[in-house]
Structures are given as C-alpha cells and as structure tokens.
Design a protein around this ligand. Structure first.
Ligand SMILES: NC(=O)c1ccc[n+]([C@@H]2O[C@H](COP(=O)([O-])OP(=O)(O)OC[C@H]3O[C@@H](n4cnc5c(N)ncnc54)[C@H](OP(=O)(O)O)[C@@H]3O)[C@@H](O)[C@H]2O)c1
Length: 323
C-alpha cells in the first residue's frame, strides 16, 4: 500500500508525532486529491487532538483542518478544477485524513482556487479564521452599515479578520487588543482600540458609542470572553462568540455560538479579498512537518503573534499522483 508522511496522533490525547499513513485512494467522483504545500495550525487542532472536536475520522489521524496545495488528481464529476491548480481548503468532515499530511482529500465543493498573489503560507492559514469571522458577522449577527460593532480579541488572527470584514461592510468598529497590536488594528480601520488589560474596558466601549447605548453587535474571539463582551452590547443587539462560551441572553440580546462551517464558495470570495488587499493575514511562525508538536504548542500558548503554519515543501514523497 502506498504511504504518506503526516503529523498527528495515534490515539486521542496522544502526543503529536510523525506518522506514516496510507496515501489516499484515487478520488471519488466529487473529490480532489491535493498535494499539500502548507497547512495551518490553530489552537482548534488541540481540541481535535484531545477528542473534543469530531472532524469525521478517528486515530491514527493526521491533524490539521486547513491547507493550501496543488491539485494532484480529480474525480470524474469534477469540472471546476484540474491537476496542477493551486488551491486552499477547509475540508470538513474529513474524507481521508487531516491536512498535516502530504496528500489531502477534499470534496471539490469545499475547495477554492489560490490566487497567485497569495503566498502559500498565508493561504494555508486563511480558511478557518476567515470563514469563522465571515460566518460570525454574516449569519449570527448581520452587520449593517453605520452600526457600531465590537470585536473582542482583535489582536488574534480571527479577530483581526473580523475587524477588516466589518470595516469593509461599513460598520463603525471598536476593538480590544493589547499594546503591541493596537496600532495594527487601528490601521485596519478600527475607530477605537481599547486595551483588554484595563478591567474598565467594557465601560469605555459603551461610553464611546452614541448616548452610551452600547454596540449593536459584538463578536467575541477571546476564550471565556463572551460574558464580558456582552456587557458592551445595546439592549436588543447581537453577540456572536467563537470560543464556545455563550452566556445566557439578557436584555433582549441575541446570542449566537459560532462553529466554523466548510464553504468553498465563500472561501473563494474571501481569498479574492485577501489577494486584493482588502483583507490581510500575518504569518507569525512556520515549521517543518517534523516540528508539528512544537508548532501546535506555540499556537495554543499564543507565543507566535500571527498565524502558525507547517510547510511540506521538500518532503520526499512516495505517495501516488493519482491521475
Ligand atoms: N468556533 C470556531 O469555529 C473557531 C474558529 C477559529 C477560532 N476559534 C477560537 O477563537 C479564538 C481565537 O483564535 P485565533 O487563532 O484567531 O487567536 P490567536 O491568533 O491565537 O489570538 C491570540 C491573540 O489574542 C489576543 N488576546 C489574548 N488574550 C486576550 C484577552 N484576554 N483579551 C483580548 N485579546 C486577547 C492576543 O493579542 P494582543 O495581546 O496582541 O491583542 C493574542 O496574541 C481561539 O480560542 C480559537 O480556538 C474558534
């Protein structure tokens, strides 16, 4: 059986290690096989590692739920993509293995073309935070032009993309960020940035809004931060949290608990905005596949400001190129 190199776990809760896994079979009619160039690493991969997020496959399991690479083979019904195309994807539920591997199987409907202007590492780390930020703003709390909107945790990759998307939709954005991120978030178009280290920040946010009413919508991207973000929301407003900590609704505020959903069409629109410079993503650290455990540790502890990426270029492969 043909094998491929991967990084992942042989049991839920196990250490991240290099694995030799079966390479994918030829793709099913709706699938593509991607030769992975780079894959994103996020603290959500830690949730997969310990068995807290069902990605559709059990160990032995390559971790990773987002990647960029080159199409190696397409199924017989796939007309939108061809071998050689540069692509990115968040392909859940997994059809074969996770993204920290030489080959990734994805339904063509969950794959977007990578514009040439977007570097591999940026493309690899883009799908999950971009789709999450977009879905938080679109589905749970639709943003209207002129609306006041808070992003709590704008210094992080997902929070910063939420700021950029909300600014692009005409919202007046206020944000929380630490001192080293504040200037960057202002540069994204935020009207005001408050340091989350100041415990008075929710009051400062409310006071910044017209008549001190509070924001119409808040997006929380801080673990355990949703209840505090709720304090800034006007009566009857919206709160979307992406960290699985929805507080009980109060004062007529709608609370949405957002989990990223795979969507190739939205991903294509979002990566086009990245290529056009309307969105940006900073890659903070890149590691070879062999250092996946270190990469994950860095993403979990937030040591690297910006996204963390595994690069697979230069890996000698005996995996098949299924034509
Ligand atoms: N539900 C979903 O589908 C989904 C999808 C994506 C992400 N998430 C979750 O969303 C969270 C953010 O993920 P990410 O990868 O975008 O984050 P990240 O890039 O790792 O963000 C880390 C940054 O957040 C800022 N921060 C840390 N503690 C903070 C606090 N108490 N208040 C405000 N800002 C704080 C810091 O920046 P500064 O100090 O420089 O401001 C830090 O550098 C994670 O918990 C992740 O698991 C969920």
């Amino acid at each position: 059986m043909l094998r491929m190199k991967a990084a992942g776990i042989d049991a839920f809760g196990g250490e991240v290690q290099l694995l030799e896994l079966a390479a994918p079979a030829p793709p099913a009619p709706d699938e593509v096989v991607i030769s992975v160039r780079a894959a994103g690493v996020g603290n959500w991969d830690e949730i997969v590692r310990v068995g807290g997020w069902d990605v559709g496959r059990r160990p032995p399991l390559a971790l990773g739920v987002e990647a960029a690479g080159v199409v190696a083979a397409v199924g017989e019904d796939v007309t939108s993509l061809a071998p050689g195309d540069a692509v990115l994807t968040h392909p859940l539920p997994l059809r074969h293995q996770g993204a920290w591997a030489e080959r990734l199987v994805a339904p063509a409907a969950l794959v977007a073309r990578k514009p040439a202007a977007v570097p591999w590492a940026e493309a690899a780390a883009f799908a999950v935070p971009a789709l999450t930020a977009d879905q938080a703003l679109t589905e749970a709390a639709p943003v209207r032009p002129g609306e006041w909107l808070l992003v709590h945790g704008a210094g992080g990759v997902t929070g910063e993309l939420a700021v950029q998307l909300a600014v692009a939709r005409g919202a007046t954005v206020v944000a929380t960020a630490g001192p080293s991120s504040a200037a960057r978030i202002r540069g994204d178009g935020a009207h005001a940035v408050f340091d989350y280290h100041d415990p008075e920040w929710p009051t400062l946010v409310r006071n910044a809004t017209p008549s001190g009413r509070g924001v119409g919508t808040a997006v929380n991207a801080v673990r355990g931060g949703a209840a505090t973000a709720l304090q800034t929301v006007a009566d009857g407003g919206h709160l979307a949290t992406i960290t699985g900590d929805p507080p009980s609704p109060e004062r007529g505020v709608t609370v949405a608990n957002i989990y990223v959903r795979a969507d190739g069409a939205r991903l294509a629109a979002l990566v086009a905005a990245l290529a056009d410079g309307l969105l940006s993503l900073h890659v903070g650290a890149t590691f070879p596949l062999a250092d996946a455990a270190t990469a994950l540790q860095g993403a979990v502890t937030g040591r690297a400001a910006g996204a963390t990426v595994l690069t697979l270029e230069g890996i000698s492969s005996d995996a098949a190129d299924h034509k």
